[in-house]
Design a protein around this ligand. Structure first.
Ligand SMILES: Nc1ncnc2c1ncn2[C@@H]1O[C@H](COP(=O)(O)OP(=O)(O)OP(=O)(O)O)[C@@H](O)[C@H]1O
Ligand SMILES: [Mg+2]
Length: 232
């Protein structure tokens, strides 16, 4: 009906909320060619290298169309331009400008789609988020209590659990944790059971694991939130 489809899709959300996982799920579901690159791989030692890789990635995507080009951890090259005058900084900017040019240069109705992910949408250059570039933003939020229960289910499905392990209780005990935290808790509980020579993992192990994981990693997430990092 004559409406331009969005050109680029940007996944945003706190660390460990499943952005990369979601992109992998897309790759598995689609019959299109899926090309993945991590932003830091575009930050090269030699001048012009990053921009060259960007150009070649888009060429490859066109050649292999229908295709999806996924740029993970986009913030590595697309942070807001700050004039600090170092040549390293200018080089990163050059790479980003090349990315903007490539995005502008292709047809939104063509057979190439771009997908990107970042946990720092707040530091992205506004030029990237302009209509006609990454104009569709999808947030992966922290899981709510029902989602946490399901994620515990996924990450404990292959574990031997004692009868006293109740996924609902685990979900209730782990407010504002990410999917990655939950996986870490499940692994930690399993390791504790192994260390103690137990035949199955009980709620006791989960209690210790939750304290341990939430003590360390969780604080990072909360810190980001407290610093006022906003998610679209
Ligand atoms: N919704 C979920 N369901 C099941 N597992 C999840 C979910 N979210 C995260 N996980 C687990 O956490 C791991 C890390 O998630 P992922 O790498 O996708 O996070 P991310 O959002 O890309 O984080 P970052 O911003 O740090 O790159 C996944 O491999 C998976 O094991
Ligand atoms: Mg990721």
């Amino acid at each position: 009906i004559g409406v331009e489809p969005p050109k680029g899709i940007l996944l945003t959300g706190l660390p460990g909320t499943g952005k990369t996982l979601l992109a992998k799920a897309v790759a598995k579901r689609t019959s299109a060619t899926f090309i993945r690159i991590v932003g830091s791989e575009l930050v090269q030692k030699y001048i012009g290298e990053g921009a060259r890789i960007v150009r070649e990635l888009f060429l490859l995507a066109k050649e292999k169309a229908p295709s999806i080009l996924f740029i993970d951890e986009l913030d590595a090259i697309a942070a807001r331009r700050v004039e600090d005058g170092t040549s390293g900084e200018r080089e990163v900017q050059r790479t980003m400008l090349q990315l903007l040019a490539e995005i502008d240069g292709f047809n939104p109705r063509g057979n190439v789609r771009i997908l990107a992910a970042t946990n720092r949408p707040d530091i992205l250059d506004a030029a990237l988020l302009r209509p006609g570039r990454f104009d569709r933003i999808i947030e992966t939020p922290l899981p709510d209590v029902d989602a946490r229960k399901e994620i515990f289910g996924i990450h404990t499905s292959k574990m031997k659990l004692k009868k006293n392990v109740n996924l609902e209780n685990l979900a209730a005990l782990t407010e504002s944790t990410s999917g990655a935290d939950i996986r870490a808790i499940a692994t930690e509980a399993g390791m504790l059971a192994v260390k103690e020579n137990k035949k199955a993992i009980g709620m006791e192990e989960f209690d210790v694991a939750i304290k341990k994981v939430l003590g360390a990693e969780h604080r990072n997430c909360v810190n980001l939130k407290e610093q006022g990092v906003m998610f679209a």
